[in-house]
Design a protein around this ligand. Structure first.
Ligand SMILES: [Zn+2]
Length: 143
């Protein structure tokens, strides 16, 4: 994957927020697939907040529907002031990504500036992934 593809993935995420939620403080996610295409997604406002989804859920499920490997994932949230902050994948989403292998690129906030994306591998985001105790289950995680 190229840095242009990663930049395009971030831009697709921002574009979804800007077009679907103009002026609102909202978030969305985007993933880059192995075939080079980009999927975006966002969570509805469910009446019962206990059933809310991560913004990543929609593109993660779509990747499975399309039988495509996810190679990068980003989630952004536009703040009231209009700037976008980077939200790293939550623990559940890291688990959802694990089947795509340890080399998936995940966007995390730069420690010095949360508006800047820093790309790290899923292995870096999950340094002690639980399933490595069963190496036959996840050979790509232990090699
Ligand atoms: Zn999540």
């Amino acid at each position: 994957m190229t840095s242009d593809a990663l930049t395009s993935t971030i831009e697709a995420c921002r574009t979804l927020i800007e077009t679907r939620f103009p002026g609102e403080s909202r978030g969305a996610a985007a993933v880059l697939l192995a075939d080079g295409s980009i999927l975006t997604g966002t969570s509805p406002d469910f009446l019962n907040a206990s059933v809310d989804l991560c913004h990543e859920a929609e593109p993660y499920c779509a990747a499975f529907r399309l039988d495509q490997k996810i190679v990068a994932s980003v989630c952004l949230h536009r703040m009231e002031e209009g700037h976008f902050i980077v939200l790293s994948p939550c623990g559940v989403c890291r688990e959802r990504l694990a089947g795509h292998g340890p080399d998936v690129q995940v966007a995390v906030a730069d420690p010095a500036d949360a508006t800047q994306v820093r790309w790290i591998t899923l292995r870096e985001a999950l340094p002690h992934y639980w399933l490595t105790a069963l190496p036959e289950e996840v050979p790509e995680w232990v090699s």
